[in-house]
Ligand binder design. Structure first.
Ligand SMILES: Nc1nc2c(ncn2[C@@H]2O[C@H](COP(=O)(O)OP(=O)(O)OP(=O)(O)O)[C@@H](O)[C@H]2O)c(=O)[nH]1
Ligand SMILES: [Mg+2]
Length: 206
């Protein structure tokens, strides 16, 4: 997929204030500092489109970007940031849960995981919830440039082991690096395929 146009649209604290659900949507979520905003910049080829920071907790709202006037990319605030108060954490959960359940055009959630860290309960629990609720998701292992391929392979095996009996194999997953561009084509091709499904479904429902 060629990205001709990528623009920031809006930031919202509530799903019902988000742009009208007229196009397929993909949301990026994961622990604070995992590299969500950096991945958005890498995929779109626009440095600075999504604000990044070396200190966690930068992204606080539901941020919509519109790509090629055809689909939405959404940058969500990270979870599991220790310095956030209990109240803010509860607010985060309310905002995200509502968004995930009430966004009719949400085609897939991209769960980002730092490929240097062993499986974390917070990520496993989040994916289990998505699975239970039937919300489609894929996994993205970020920052792959920071370690060797064999270390990453071991991590994938570890994830599969920890994800329990419901998974015979890992859910669809991608390895990415915002530094080297690794995984860019794979992720964009995946999105192009799902966009195509959206178009076909819309045509058959017309
Ligand atoms: N080496 C390397 N560094 C990365 C990569 N992706 C992100 N980073 C760095 O990790 C830090 C956090 O990146 P962000 O993209 O801001 O992370 P985020 O998940 O959006 O963080 P929050 O918005 O705080 O939840 C920044 O210092 C990035 O430069 C990557 O693929 N490789
Ligand atoms: Mg961010």
């Amino acid at each position: 997929m060629i990205i001709n146009d990528a623009r920031f649209l809006t930031s919202n604290s509530r799903a019902d204030l988000c742009p009208a659900p007229t196009m397929p949507e993909y949301a990026f979520i994961g622990r604070s500092n995992v590299g969500k905003s950096s991945l958005i910049n890498m995929l779109t080829g626009r440095n600075g489109l999504a604000k990044t920071s070396s200190s966690p907790g930068k992204t606080q709202l539901i941020n919509h970007f519109v790509i090629n006037d055809k689909w939405f990319l959404v940058d969500l605030p990270g979870y599991g940031y220790a310095k956030v108060s209990k109240v803010s954490r509860a607010e985060w959960a309310r905002m995200i849960n509502y968004y995930l359940r009430h966004r009719p055009n949400l085609m897939c959630v991209f769960v980002l995981i730092d490929s240097r860290h062993s499986p974390q309960a917070v990520d496993l629990e989040f994916m289990e919830k998505l699975g239970e609720e039937g919300i489609p998701f894929v996994m993205v292992f970020t920052k792959a440039d920071k370690q060797s391929t064999s270390q990453t392979k071991a991590l994938l095996a570890d994830y599969l082991k920890k994800m329990g009996e419901s998974w015979d194999e890992l859910p669809r997953h991608f390895l990415t690096s915002a530094e080297t561009g690794l995984g860019r084509d794979e992720v964009l091709n995946f999105i192009a395929d799902v966009n195509q499904q959206w178009t076909e479904d819309a045509a058959s429902n017309a």
